[in-house]
Ligand binder design. Structure first.
Ligand code: HEM
Length: 478
């Protein structure tokens, strides 16, 4: 049984390769799992090595850190590492084989994932129609910001409402008013279910036999996704597509049932809402802390070598102007904006330890033997903050994504969506939302600290997600 001893020189009988070692300075076991994290994000600064083992109470696990080890595991050994550890907690709710995020690697997962991807594409992902709904939702968001009339407010709630509406329009062909009571209830339950889900700690303790109650209520509040489409968001906006429908796919004996369709929808909601909204919160916070990203400081020379040229709003004005909303085609002409959004994701590092994987068969990573059934923790944080890759790993520095000529470049270690077979299914949608929401907001507003408020911290609150601490801003119309 692997787990407690390992490393070169600790070969298991019958195997030439050693099991990954425990860190030379073992972290106290409970400390490792406190807040559900076996190691602290950004732990590439610790000298634990790229591949090491931890004993999470009774489950042995292997932590993978740094770009080459994570890439080798997720991309080059993609099939070997595509499993998920069984989740006792969520099996209470029927999650697992019937959904995507927690499904074991196998035919049912492939079918659900293919269906979700095809559906997203059919509903307009990669087409102009989806862009137009996202932009229409960004308009609602801008109106809600404008209604604050420059007064101080915390933007989190409005951001979550608008991102929820994008998923809702895809799955239910409908959006909620931001004041809608059902939406408020859904968001409250989602927030409480994220708090009750303390990640691995819950899975590994006696808590695992207790069903997650808020998650249960959240799930039950989600309507059935089989309503007719065709409603319009707003005058002039495109009609919604027909919503997901259970007959959409599935052959006899397939994993599809109306009940499991709700699971897939719940997956899209939970995986897609908080992640994108949290990234937008980071974006607004970082704009506040680095106002030079919004607008070139008065009197600054056009070309400043070695310092920021601070171009997002300038780029928005030149490439898009004020008479129309952005489209995804604009992105190719906006390298600085693109670099800022990527740097927000790198710095925000919102899923520091990814979602646990599990080996589907015996495999080898970085020269270590890892047996079938081993839990793998992908330390995405150590990739996004890798000191050998990023010039300023712990600073917000959009130049990471610009070459010497100011062209957009993307290092391989940019992996906020993970990589390989289990790579985030919503990546294209999230990227579209981030670009369109961000540029629409900066078309309409400058963001400033409320008078008398001290600078908010850029230190994250880390649980399963790494989110900014609550902050307030003023949205000043441009
Ligand atoms: C900025 C926003 C987002 C970030 C940073 C993000 C990040 C991630 C990460 C790190 C994973 C784990 C991948 C792995 O297991 O290796 C994941 C999985 C997943 N994400 Fe996202 N995500 C985002 C937005 C979304 C959106 C908008 C959706 C859907 C509408 C979505 C749906 C999913 C699903 C279904 C999975 C599970 C994939 C599978 O197990 O096959 N995500 N995401």
């Amino acid at each position: 049984m692997p787990g407690l001893r390992g490393g070169r020189g600790n070969e298991l009988p019958g195997f030439e390769l050693g099991y990954p070692p425990l860190p030379s300075m073992p972290l106290p076991a409970l400390g490792q799992v406190s807040s559900g994290l076996p190691v602290r994000p950004g732990s590439s600064r610790r000298s634990s090595g790229k591949v090491f083992s931890v004993q999470l109470l009774w489950k042995p696990a292997v932590v993978l850190s740094r770009p080459d080890a994570v890439r080798e595991a997720l991309v080059h050994r993609s099939e070997d590492t595509a499993g998920r550890p069984p989740s006792l907690v969520y099996s209470h709710l029927g999650f697992g084989p019937k959904c995507v995020v927690l499904a074991q690697y196998g035919e049912a997962w492939k079918e659900q994932r293919r269906f979700s991807l095809t559906t997203l594409r059919n509903l307009g992902l990669g087409k102009q129609s989806l862009e137009r709904w996202v932009t229409a939702e960004a308009d609602f968001l801008c109106s809600a910001f404008a209604a604050r009339e420059g007064r101080a407010f915390d933007p989190s709630h409005l951001l979550t409402c608008s991102v929820t509406n994008v998923i809702s329009s895809l799955t239910y062909a409908n959006r909620f008013d931001y004041e809608d009571r059902k939406l408020q209830r859904l968001l409250e339950l989602l927030e409480r279910s994220l708090k009750e889900d303390v990640g691995l700690l819950r899975e590994l303790s006696c808590l695992s036999v207790i069903p997650p109650v808020f998650c249960f209520f959240f799930f039950n509040l989600l309507p059935s996704p089989a309503r007719p489409g065709g409603r319009r968001l707003a005058p002039g906006a495109p009609p919604y597509p027909p919503p997901l429908c259970p007959q959409a796919k599935g052959t006899p004996g397939s994993s599809f049932t109306p009940a499991n369709l709700r699971m897939v929808v719940a997956d899209l909601f939970t995986a897609g809402m908080v992640t994108t909204a949290t990234t937008l919160r980071w974006a607004l916070l970082l704009l506040l802390l680095h106002p030079d990203v919004q607008r070139e400081s008065p009197g600054a020379p056009q070309k400043m070598v070695g310092t920021w040229v601070c171009k997002v709003q300038e780029e928005v004005d030149v490439v898009i102007g004020r008479s129309r909303r952005p489209t995804m085609k604009d992105q190719a002409h906006m390298p600085f904006t693109n670099a800022v959004i990527h740097e927000v994701q790198r710095f925000g590092d919102i899923v520091p330890l990814g979602i646990p994987h599990m080996t589907t068969r015996d495999t080898e990573i970085q020269g270590f033997f890892i047996p079938k059934g081993t839990v793998l923790i992908t330390n995405l944080s150590s990739v996004l903050k890798d000191e050998a890759t990023w010039e300023q790993p712990y600073r917000f520095y959009p130049e990471h994504f610009l070459d010497a000529e100011g062209r957009f470049v993307k290092p391989e270690a940019f992996m906020p969506f993970s990589a390989g077979r289990r790579v985030c299914l919503g990546e294209p949608l999230a990227k579209m939302e981030l670009f369109l929401f961000f540029t629409c907001l900066l078309q309409d507003f400058s963001f400033v600290l409320p008078p008398g408020h001290s600078k908010p911290s850029d230190k994250a609150e880390v649980s399963f997600l790494s989110a900014p601490q609550p902050f307030q801003l003023c949205a000043v119309p441009r």
